[in-house]
Design a protein around this ligand. Structure first.
Ligand SMILES: [Cu+2]
Length: 647
């Protein structure tokens, strides 16, 4: 945990030796013992304190600067799109600078932009019968973008909500959420990944489906029956249409699903699994020596659904097929293949050469390399056991979680317990597995600060993996930043992986609690800065602006042009249901207006040429200044109208 130690050839020898001495780690007692060790490590403030804080700030800045520094006025080379954990949003960061560019509200409310306040955002988020939001909490873990030809096409991103099992889509041109879908009969929706090609028609070489894994077993349907018999509970793998965001089909599986990966040819999706025992408490979840990575044969699943050979659960109309082991014994007709991997795996990642999926062990010090060609062979009946698809299982360190790639044949796995990132070579691991004792699998280890979760590399989840940067998302920052009370920020550490040695080049803070992200070359992302007014059917134009009344329903159609709203006085009666629709007629880039209404809990912004609306009950009388919250003009403070509610 000494952050000042350098990873070099000598250290590497030590690391290899220490990893080797931890053999036999897979035993059950070791696994349970480790759970305690994890907690111990997380609390080791003093041990972790050396090195990081004592380094000279100016020296460190110089070291971290140079070519990596983005000077004032310069733009970053990459976008990082990250989750925010139980903050419920998604984030946009510039790399290598680490500048926060945007926070995208998704499942959370955000009074800056008015997410969860405007009618349009409420419609996307989902409302109850009374018009109030169905949920105001969310837990985002993974952000992944749409593909074409094996790389990002800049259309969409998706992000999951683990709490309420929802999938959200974000438009990459406006970087705003445009659709949210709740998955039926699922709890603990965690892993998610878009497909990269159609499983049958290779001409459809872009994303059309998004696959979603679920962790928790629940009664099916979850309507109060089977509460006391968890053996009857189940988990479902879901497929959502990328275009319509409808849930297309689900597969019932054994075990709990964690992360999801997809093959470049579109034929397979897979999810690493813990609790393959289907247990309901910790001891019963730890009984097996191994867990699994379950592969889904997409073409067969969809053929079965098309043939009508499915069931439905409860009130959901989504077709469900049976992917449990017992129903899939014959590989030639199987929908699923359960490949045994190290105990309690956390992570499955596709290599950019399209050949392998790598599953990390977490409670086993190994990474399991699965050959996708052999997966296809197993489904054709050409292999005896699912385990025969494993072509390497190197011991790489303690608590391996997630693996990123550099496009040069190397893998980078986060080691949660060792607080390191290990660089290892996939071909060497395969040679070692075949018996080559001289194969040099582990290339280098670098300390990270501290307890890394996800790591991800620049373009690393595409065929254009460029081997420039690796982001290590660390769960504990301890002494790396000025203390801000009990809740420390997290450290996002940027590692330059372009040279022979990994080099830590920056510590960036992250407000709790991001999990995963992707690093996208900036030329892939094409954003728009000004909306098209006609994209909004309710846009207010000079000929429709004004106030109309139908019974007690009042519609205020307002326009903004800096520094004024189109109506200086808006008069309604107490008890009216008021809708304010506001269109920003300014066309200048960056000229956003706000709209706040004191005591009525209204606040939102309208970007250039954008339209938004709010509806509320004018339940208390008085004079209220409806004012612009977003600095827009030298006369910004004067940009306000009198909203008068007559008693
Ligand atoms: Cu304004």
């Amino acid at each position: 945990m000494d952050s000042s130690k350098k990873a070099g050839p000598e250290q590497e020898q030590d690391n290899v030796a220490s990893v080797a001495s931890r053999r036999g780690f897979l035993s059950k007692s070791a696994v349970l013992g480790l759970a305690g060790a994890t907690l111990g490590l997380a609390g080791c403030k003093e041990e972790g304190g050396k090195g990081g804080a004592s380094a000279s700030a100016s020296a460190a800045a110089k070291e971290a600067g140079g070519a990596k520094e983005i000077a004032p006025g310069q733009l970053d080379d990459y976008y990082a799109f990250t989750s925010a954990g139980h903050g419920g949003e998604a984030r946009v960061i510039g790399l290598p600078s680490g500048r926060t560019l945007k926070r995208i509200p998704v499942f959370n409310m955000d009074c800056m932009v008015g997410w969860g306040i405007t009618n349009e955002s409420k419609k996307i988020m989902g409302t109850k019968a009374d018009g109030s939001l169905k949920y105001t909490t969310g837990d985002t873990h993974h952000v992944h973008a749409s593909y074409k030809n094996g790389t990002y096409d800049g259309r969409f991103m998706w992000v999951n909500d683990k709490i309420h099992s929802r999938l959200a889509r974000i438009r990459m041109d406006t970087m705003e959420c445009d659709k949210i879908t709740e998955l039926p009969n699922v709890m603990g929706f965690h892993g998610m990944f878009p497909d990269k090609c159609d499983p049958v028609d290779s001409k459809i070489n872009y994303t059309t489906r998004v696959f979603c894994g679920a962790e928790f077993h629940i009664p099916l349907p979850n309507d109060g029956h089977d509460l006391n018999d968890p053996s009857k509970w189940g988990a479902l793998f879901s497929c959502v249409s990328a275009e319509t965001m409808e849930v297309l089909w689900q597969v019932r599986v054994d075990g709990n699903m964690d992360l999801v990966a997809t093959s470049y040819d579109g034929k397979f999706a897979a999810s690493n699994q813990y609790n393959t025992e289907n247990g309901a408490d910790l001891p019963s979840m730890m009984e097996s020596e191994r867990d699994a990575c379950v592969f889904f044969h997409i073409e067969r699943i969809e053929a079965m659904v098309k043939a009508g050979k499915f069931t439905t659960i409860g009130s959901s109309k989504v077709p469900v097929v049976d992917g449990r082991k017992a129903a899939n014994a014959d590989p030639k007709t199987a929908l699923t293949c359960y490949v045994p991997v190290g105990k309690n795996p956390h992570g499955v990642n596709a290599s950019p050469d399209a050949k392998y999926f790598v599953c990390s062990g977490k409670l086993s010090p190994t990474a399991t390399v699965i050959d996708l060609g052999l997966i296809a062979k197993w489904f054709e009946g050409g292999l005896k056991e699912p385990r025969d698809t494993v072509v390497a299982e190197p011991e790489i360190g303690l608590g391996p979680l997630h693996t990123a790639f550099d496009g040069k044949g190397n893998a980078y796995t986060s080691l949660f317990l060792d607080s390191q990132c290990v660089k290892w070579n996939v071909d060497a691991a395969i040679a070692q597995f075949k018996g080559d004792k001289k194969a040099k699998v582990i290339i280098e280890k670098i300390d990270v600060h501290y307890q890394p979760g996800h790591n991800y590399s620049s373009m690393g989840e595409t065929k254009e993996a460029d081997g420039k940067y690796l982001n290590s998302g660390n769960k504990f920052s301890k002494d790396r930043f000025l203390p801000v009370g009990p809740l420390h920020p997290e450290t996002e550490q940027l590692i330059d992986i372009s040279g022979a040695n990994m080099k830590l080049v920056a510590d960036h803070t992250a407000y709790s609690e991001p999990h995963d992200g992707i690093i996208v070359r900036r030329d892939v992302v094409k954003t728009r800065q000004i909306y098209n007014m006609d994209d909004f059917p309710n846009a207010v134009k000079p000929e429709t602006a004004g106030i109309t009344r139908e019974g007690n329903k009042v519609h205020v159609r307002l326009m903004s042009i800096a520094p004024a709203y189109s109506m200086p006085i808006i008069k309604v009666k107490k008890g009216d249901e008021v809708t304010i629709t506001l269109t920003n007629h300014d066309k200048v880039e960056d000229l956003t207006h706000g709209c706040a209404l004191p005591t009525y809990n209204i606040n939102f912004i309208v970007n250039p040429q954008e339209t938004k609306s709010v509806t509320f009950k004018a339940d208390h009388a008085g004079a209220f200044w409806l004012y612009c919250t977003h600095f827009c003009h030298a006369l910004h403070l004067e940009m306000r109208s009198r909203f008068l509610v007559e008693a």
